[in-house]
Design a protein around this ligand. Structure first.
Ligand code: NAD
Ligand code: UDP
Length: 322
C-alpha cells in the first residue's frame, strides 16, 4: 500500500493498545508507513512517552491516555484493533500482578467489544508463555503447554491463556475476525533499560561497568527475535485470514550464558558474570517452531542475531551516554 496515494478518508484506521510500549510503538510506526491512521492507547504503566514523542506532529496519529481495563471507546471508524497492552517483563508483572490479570481479561474484553461494535478485525498479542515451562521442544502451536496456575508467573501466563480463550469465544459466537500472535522473546530499541528482561539487563550492566547477572547456571535457553522481524510477522498475520494462533519468533536458540558471552565479546567489556538464584518457574528451554508462519504467512526472520544486537546496543549506548 502506498501511503502517498491515499486521501485521509480512505486510510484504514487502526487502534493500537500499548502504543507507548516497546512493540506497540514500533507497530504504530509500521502502520503509519503502510498508510493507516492510528489511534494509540496507553496508560504508561510500563511504557514511556519518549517512544511516541516523534509522532507529536503527525496528523495521522492520535493518542489516548487510557487504562484499557476500564471502559473506553474510540470515535468514528475502526478497521483494525491491535491489542498489545500488557506488562511483559517478569519483574513488571510480578510487581503488578492484579493489573496484569485485569489487562489480559477486562482489557481484552474491552478490545474485543470495540472490534465487534466497529466491525473491525482484531489481533491480540499472546506469548510463548502460554506454553509455560514446555515439555515439548521446539514449541509448535498444537502444544497445549505446561503452566503452573499458582506460580509467580501465572498472573501473566494465565491472563494470556484466558485472552486466547476469549478471542476464540468471540469468533465462534459472533463471527468476529480474529488473529492471535504468540510472540517469542523479542528485543530491540525502545525496550526499557530497567525492565529486567535479559537483553536490556545485560547491556545496561555492561554500560554501568557491572557484572552480568546470570540467573541459575545460565543453561536455560531462549531464542531472540529482532523487533522489525516481529512487526513484519504481526502485519502479515493481521492482513491474512488465518484465525488459529501463529508463533512468531526467531528459532536461533542459545543458552543465557552464551548470550552473556556474546555481549561481553561484542562490547569488549571485562565485567565478568555473577550467578544469582533462578526465579521459580523460569522456563528451561524455549524455541519456536515457525513452520506455520512460514507456510501461512510466507514469513521468516531476516535479521541475524549479531546485527540485531548491535543495533540494540547502539540505541542503549546513545540513550545512556547521550
Ligand atoms: P512493554 O511493557 O514495553 O509495552 C506494553 C505497553 O502496554 C506499555 O506501554 C504499557 O504502558 C501498556 N499497558 C499495560 N497495561 C495497560 C493498560 N491496562 N492500559 C493501557 N496500556 C497498558 O512490553 P512489550 O514488550 O512491548 O509487549 C507488548 C505486548 O507483546 C504485550 O502484550 C506482551 O505481553 C506481548 N509480548 C511481548 C514479548 C516480547 O518479547 N517483547 C513476548 C511475548 C509477548
Ligand atoms: N535472566 C538472567 N539475568 C537477568 C535477566 C534474565 O539470567 O538479569 C534470564 C531469565 O532467568 C530467563 C532468561 O534470562 O531465563 C530470559 O529472561 P527474560 O526476563 O528476558 O524473559 P523470559 O523469562 O520472559 O523469557
Amino acid at each position: 500500500m502506498n501511503a502517498g496515494t491515499l486521501s485521509d478518508q480512505d486510510r484504514p484506521v487502526a487502534v493500537v493498545t500499548g502504543a507507548a510500549g516497546f512493540l506497540g510503538s514500533h507497530l504504530v510506526d509500521r502502520l503509519l508507513a503502510d498508510g493507516c491512521r492510528v489511534v494509540g492507547v496507553d496508560n504508561f504503566v510500563t511504557g514511556h512517552e519518549r517512544n511516541i514523542a516523534h509522532l507529536a506532529n503527525d496528523d495521522r496519529f492520535t493518542f489516548m491516555e487510557q487504562d484499557i481495563s476500564e471502559l473506553w471507546d474510540v470515535e468514528g471508524r475502526v478497521d483494525f484493533v491491535y491489542n498489545m497492552a500488557s506488562p511483559a517483563s517478569p519483574i513488571d508483572y510480578v510487581q503488578i500482578p492484579i493489573e496484569t490479570l485485569k489487562v489480559g481479561s477486562y482489557g481484552a474484553h474491552n478490545c474485543l467489544d470495540l472490534a465487534l461494535r466497529k466491525d473491525a478485525t482484531i489481533l491480540v498479542a499472546s506469548t510463548s508463555e502460554v506454553y509455560g515451562d514446555p515439555l515439548v521442544h521446539p514449541q509448535k502451536e498444537e502444544y497445549w503447554g505446561n503452566v503452573n496456575s499458582v506460580g509467580v508467573r501465572s498472573c501473566y501466563d494465565e491472563a494470556k491463556r484466558y485472552m486466547e480463550a476469549a478471542v476464540m469465544a468471540y469468533r465462534r459466537k459472533y463471527g468476529l475476525e480474529t488473529r492471535i500472535v504468540r510472540i517469542f522473546n523479542t528485543y530491540g530499541p525502545r525496550m526499557r533499560l530497567d525492565d529486567g528482561r535479559v537483553v536490556p539487563a545485560f547491556i545496561g550492566q555492561v554500560l554501568e561497568g557491572k557484572p552480568l547477572t546470570i540467573f541459575g547456571d545460565g543453561s536455560q535457553t531462549r531464542s531472540f527475535c529482532y523487533v522489525s522481524d516481529l512487526i513484519d510477522g504481526i502485519r502479515r498475520l493481521s492482513l491474512s485470514s488465518f484465525a488459529d494462533p501463529v508463533n512468531i519468533g526467531n528459532p536461533r536458540e542459545m543458552t543465557i550464558r552464551e548470550f552473556g558471552e556474546h555481549i561481553l565479546r561484542m562490547s569488549g567489556a571485562q565485567v565478568g558474570m555473577e550467578f544469582k538464584p533462578l526465579p521459580s518457574d523460569d522456563p528451561k528451554l524455549r524455541r519456536p517452531d515457525i513452520s506455520r508462519a512460514k507456510e501461512v504467512l510466507g514469513w521468516e526472520p531476516r535479521v541475524v542475531f549479531e546485527e540485531g544486537i548491535k543495533l540494540t546496543w547502539d540505541y542503549f549506548e546513545k540513550l545512556v551516554k547521550g
